[in-house]
Design a protein around this ligand. Structure first.
Ligand code: M6R
Length: 609
């Protein structure tokens, strides 16, 4: 995945692009580059490194002009080198392009272009697009782009400028996100809203195979055949403050702390008279909802973990059979589904390629698709039959935090909505369960005030190389999530298991160097069994960190370290237990001198398979 921002207007393009690109850095940070057009020439500066590093290496005086394109890269084809950084140009440096996606047929196109005499400077798939446009250029960059795109297979979000037509900025999209930002005497293109939010909140979402032609005073969107399209301008209601660090050292920490607010906003207007009020958000008839007899939840990564917790909620309370699938697996088998099967797709970004492909597969098989999405206007949002949004606001940190807990909240709401519809719970019970949910934001505030304690506990990881995370029931997915968070930001090897599975293998790993994080909250189900597992780890000299319920003396006597969460319903405890694990991962990363916002090899949304 990569980030793109382009500008056309009256202001200097380069400073605006640097500023915007910093907001997209979560999309890629191995190299960055800029191109402006001035005096009918393309001016290009690019280098390897994070945007701040590249900013120091380039000379802004050599990048003047009121039109430009820029890019932060997360490499797919071609190593991390200055030559492979975007923008890429044609032979004469007349056409300059930035690209997010993968050109699947680039080798055959490159071969043909080389036979025609084109010379290539990089080993990327992207450069082929610049030469292909050059090959078809006959005085109109728009026309040449259209002809070139007809020959391209694969995914792309493209920003294109041409030295001979300095009053035009071209954008095109297929399977990779790209938006237009409509300003006053200026227009933008960007991979994501935060990059342009400071300048405009009026946004157009490009669809697949659409090409946009922007001047400083106009915009036009056409399909690949050159037919003009009527596009809706959306008003984004995000506050640009939300996309900043607001005094926190890292986005990850800021987003962890935003969770009480994010949950409050996600609940806002969705609980009325002791019931869940989401019917108007669902594009399904009562009959369709009542006929749902099976749910398959599809997602990737952290969203997959929330799916597992959702399975627990829906089966326990709404009594509907649920299966959870990795989107990447679901799409390549032939699932048995019909129009009484509800597919729930969960995605923060709404752009994850595998989840999107799985949705398409499900729709081909007649299933109804309900998505739980954070990014409004994203591809998954637009392609689903119904969408329930998480109102987490923009999540910039690569490690997902507030999106996760708000996904759990939406799953809980949907569960109680279905429980009412299917009459598996009565009104009194549902309103009692909702009452507990409403308390969560305040309880989470209290939990976050334990941050310093968790920071101290994180120090034990300084000389460790592995960690186990164990939990049961609805907290088993949280154990998986705790392990994933630690892996992602601290590069320590960590594994999550159902606590009872420990004896079937992982126990062999336990010794004095193994920190084992137990989620050992009090419940009527398996609490005592988890205590038994803690004894087993202690007997083998393992280091026990327990996430326990406040007031639990027994755990505090047993564990080396204990972190307490406020009392809540067992099923809701997962929303609280996730928080200390996020903070633990964050502080372990800091202790190891790592930047948790930019974990190596990762990018925020995985828009390629
Ligand atoms: O945007 P999505 O929720 O579809 O993303 C899914 C995963 O790529 C994502 O959760 C990933 O695992 C995060 N890095 C987790 O922190």
């Amino acid at each position: 995945m990569c980030g793109i921002i382009g500008y056309i207007g009256n202001r200097e393009a380069a400073p605006l692009m640097i500023e915007g690109l910093k907001k997209l850095e979560y999309r890629g940070y191995d190299s960055a580059g800029f191109c402006t057009v001035s005096n009918n020439q393309t001016l290009i500066q690019k280098d390897v490194g994070k945007i701040q590093e590249v900013e120091k290496k380039i000379n802004l005086n050599n990048l003047n002009g009121n039109i430009g394109i820029s890019h932060c890269r997360w490499s797919t084809h071609g190593g991390v080198t200055k030559e492979n950084a975007h923008p890429h140009t044609d032979c004469k440096n007349m056409i300059s392009i930035v690209h997010n996606g993968i050109i699947e047929n680039f080798s055959e196109l490159k071969e043909k272009l080389m036979e025609k005499g084109h010379t290539f400077k990089s080993s990327t798939d992207t450069e082929v697009v610049a030469h292909l446009i050059e090959d078809n250029y006959n005085g109109s960059i728009e026309e040449a782009t259209r002809i070139a795109l007809r020959q391209i297979e694969g995914s792309y979000a493209l920003g294109i400028v041409c030295a001979k037509e300095p009053q035009k900025l071209i954008a095109a999209r297929n399977e990779s996100p790209l938006i237009l930002g409509i300003g006053k005497e200026e227009n933008f293109i960007a991979s994501d809203v935060p990059a342009i939010l400071k300048h405009t909140n009026r946004v157009i979402y490009l669809e697949n195979k659409e090409i946009a032609i922007l001047t400083k005073n106009s915009f036009e969107v056409k399909n690949i055949d050159g037919i003009s399209l009527n596009k809706k301008i959306n008003n984004i209601d995000w506050d640009s403050e939300l996309a900043e660090k607001s005094g926190y050292d890292h986005f990850m920490l800021k987003e962890i702390h935003e969770q009480p607010r994010a949950i409050t906003e996600t609940l806002n207007g969705r609980i009325k008279d002791g019931k869940v009020s989401i019917k108007e958000e669902l594009n399904f008839s009562d009959e369709e909802l009542e006929n749902i007899n099976r749910i398959i939840i599809i997602a990737c990564g952290t969203s997959w973990h929330s799916a597992l917790a959702g399975e627990f909620m829906l089966e326990e309370l709404a009594k509907i059979p649920v299966e959870v699938e990795y989107a990447s697996e679901f799409r390549y088998r032939h699932p048995i589904i019909n129009n009484n099967t509800l597919i729930i797709a969960i995605s923060q970004s709404g752009e994850t390629a595998d989840t999107l492909a799985a949705i398409r597969e499900a729709k081909r098989n007649d299933a109804k698709v309900l998505s739980i999405v954070n990014a409004k206007g994203s591809s998954i949002d637009r392609e689903s039959d119904s969408v329930l949004y998480t109102y987490a606001g923009p999540e910039i940190g690569v490690a997902s935090t507030k999106a996760f807990t708000t996904q759990l909240v939406v799953l809980y709401l949907f569960t109680l909505f279905m429980a009412n519809l299917k009459r598996s719970l009565d009104y009194g019970k549902i309103s009692e369960l909702l009452g507990k949910l409403r308390k969560l934001p305040l309880q989470m505030e209290a939990l976050l005030s334990e941050e310093n304690r968790i920071k101290k506990i994180a120090e034990i990881y300084k000389d460790k190389t592995n960690s186990l995370f164990l939990g049961r029931g609805v907290n088993f997915p949280i154990a998986l999530e705790g392990a994933l968070k630690l892996k992602e930001v601290s590069y320590l090897h960590a594994e999550g298991y159902p606590a009872a599975e420990m004896k079937h293998g992982p126990i062999a790993l336990i010794d004095k160097n193994m920190p084992v994080v137990f989620i050992a909250t009090k419940d009527d189900y398996t609490y005592k069994k988890v205590l038994g597992n803690i004894y087993e780890v202690k007997a083998r000299n393992g280091i026990v960190i327990a996430i326990a319920t406040e007031g639990d003396e027994e755990v505090s006597k047993l564990a080396d370290y204990a972190i307490y969460i406020p009392k809540t319903l067992y099923i809701l405890s997962s929303i609280l237990t996730a928080v200390p694990l996020q903070l633990l991962a964050y502080y372990v990363a800091l202790d190891r001198g790592l930047d948790p916002d930019k974990p190596r090899n990762l990018s925020k949304s995985v828009v390629v398979e």
